[in-house]
Design a protein around this ligand. Structure first.
Ligand code: GUN
Length: 279
């Protein structure tokens, strides 16, 4: 039977480790503050933002919540980001995506001081990651590296195949697996004969946003499969981009959905927030 990679357990361990670090910093008089900005009231975003605030509370970090109306202009948002950049008591700044259509997301992400960019979305953070400099790492792929390491799965020398090339998951995942000395291939919607590529993978990371897309025929016997997708099915159950029941009997390790990659994103955000106090 495949090892079930338990993201709930691993993320709880990480948050507990951070809680200790935050208490040690507090004993030295260092306090940590994360500013979280949400524009509009997108339901999914409100849930994510709520979970981020709860995680801050759990590890002992102060969170400043800015819940701005949908009609907020780009100029107003940029002004707030600038103020938060300048505030000495604010260590990290997070702007929840997506933003309303009338606001240019790239312009807002670019306005965040890279030293406070706990999401790791600023072009400077992305550049630092690719050239091997210290900087903030995008949280979901950083969480996947932790899942692999803390499950005793070696990355160096392995064939790592990523399905999906988004800025938030696929591309930073490639940089991180490369940094860990994996041999990395990135597949996407224009990849020819996808199964022939994914079948090479010792470690297969799937982030395509299509429910149960990856079936046993895409996977090598004994591979490690990481499923980044999350979808609500008609029966109200959650599933990933991987057809778990079909794939699980063939692999050595796999993440479940829910309870795999999902909980790691916030745990890694909290890692970045604690690091932000060291800047
Ligand atoms: N929207 C969906 N995921 C994320 C995330 O990790 N960070 C931010 N800021 N917005 C998101």
């Amino acid at each position: 039977m495949a090892l079930l990679i338990d993201g709930k357990k691993i993320s709880a361990e990480i948050k507990d480790e951070l809680k200790v670090q935050v208490a040690e910093l507090a004993a030295k008089g260092v306090t940590i503050t994360l500013a979280v900005i949400q524009v509009g009231d997108d339901k999914a975003s409100s849930v994510y933002v709520g979970n981020k605030k709860k995680a801050c509370e759990y590890i002992g970090v102060k969170s400043l919540a800015y819940e701005l109306p949908e009609a907020t202009t780009e100029e107003e948002l940029l002004k707030l980001v600038k103020e938060l950049n300048e505030r000495k008591d604010v260590n990290g700044i997070l702007v929840q995506l997506p933003l309303p259509k009338h606001i240019n997301e790239d312009a807002v992400l670019l306005a965040i001081n890279p030293d406070k960019d706990v999401d790791g979305f600023h072009p400077v953070s992305v550049g630092r990651l690719w050239i091997g400099q210290k900087g903030y790492e995008s949280c979901t792929p950083a969480g996947i590296i932790q899942l692999l390491k803390r499950s005793g799965i070696e990355i160096a020398g392995k064939e790592c195949v990523i399905v999906g090339r988004s800025n938030i998951v696929g591309k930073p995942m490639a940089a991180l697996l490369l940094r860990e000395n994996g041999t990395v291939t990135v597949c996407h919607s224009r990849t020819k004969d996808l199964a022939s590529v994914t079948k090479r993978a010792d470690i297969l990371v799937v982030a395509i946003g299509k429910p149960k897309f990856i079936t046993a025929e895409y996977v090598k016997e004994g591979a490690v499969v990481i499923d980044v997708g999350i979808h609500r099915m008609e029966d109200n159950k959650l599933c990933g981009d991987v057809d778990f029941a079909d794939v699980e009997p063939h692999v050595s390790a796999i993440t479940p959905v829910p309870g795999g990659v999902g909980p790691m994103t916030i745990a890694m955000l909290m890692c970045n927030v604690v690091r932000s106090a060291e800047q």
